[in-house]
Design a protein around this ligand. Structure first.
Ligand code: IMP
Length: 190
């Protein structure tokens, strides 16, 4: 099995990636704690690439990174790459977004997940992106999930992300779609 270093310090993210990549033949490992990568990119894809590339170069291993967030049409794509930094807690981030959107009638939005894989020499050899379109509600609905889940409504399911079972969210979500695409491309990699 080839080692694949996950460019995150978050054990939760490692676990989630392990679940998606269980039969892929790669051995996933957390990046060294002291290795901090600043997310300076202006797009999700740019951030995924820079994280994967820098972790690969620093560790001498293959590396995988993801970057995700919520882009709201009427806010010109905000919070976008700033999704995690839009406030100090999930509640603060949701409150800020709802305030900025106010009574705006156009509530269209999308969740995006970009994933990149880098070779040990820092070269990006695989990139993929998953998108899930939906609408921002006027108030939170549902108790599951995390982050912006309670205000993200998916019309096809007639549910918010926070009202879906984890299995349903995985099958239709931005992250689920990105990993499905990644799994199809992985066998051609090495
Ligand atoms: P990152 O991908 O770890 O940089 O996180 C991006 C941020 O986007 C998270 O902190 C959440 O605020 C938000 N986000 C990404 N994916 C989801 C999701 O599936 N549901 C809710 N919020 C999400």
């Amino acid at each position: 099995m080839t080692n694949l270093v996950v460019a995150t310090g978050n054990p939760g993210k490692l676990k989630e990636m392990q679940a998606y990549l269980i039969d892929s033949g790669w051995e996933l490992m957390l990046k060294p704690e002291e290795l901090e990568i600043e997310e300076t990119g202006e797009t999700f894809a740019a951030n995924a690439c820079l994280k994967a590339s820098q972790v690969a170069l620093a560790t001498g291993n293959w590396s995988i990174a993801d970057d995700s967030g919520l882009a709201v049409d009427a806010l010109n794509g905000r919070p976008g790459v700033y999704s995690a930094r839009y406030g100090n807690s999930d509640t603060e981030r949701i409150d800020r977004l709802l305030k900025e959107l106010s009574n705006q009638e156009n509530r269209q939005a999308k969740f995006v997940c970009a994933i990149a894989i880098s070779r040990p020499d820092g070269a990006i050899v695989l990139q993929t992106e998953g998108i899930c379109r939906g609408e921002i509600l006027y108030a939170p609905q549902g108790n599951g999930g995390f982050g912006y889940d309670p205000i993200f409504y998916v019309p096809e399911q007639n549910l918010t992300y926070a009202e879906m079972t984890p299995e349903m969210k995985r099958s239709i979500s931005h992250r689920g779609k990105a990993f499905t695409d990644l799994l199809q491309k992985l066998p051609n990699l090495q």
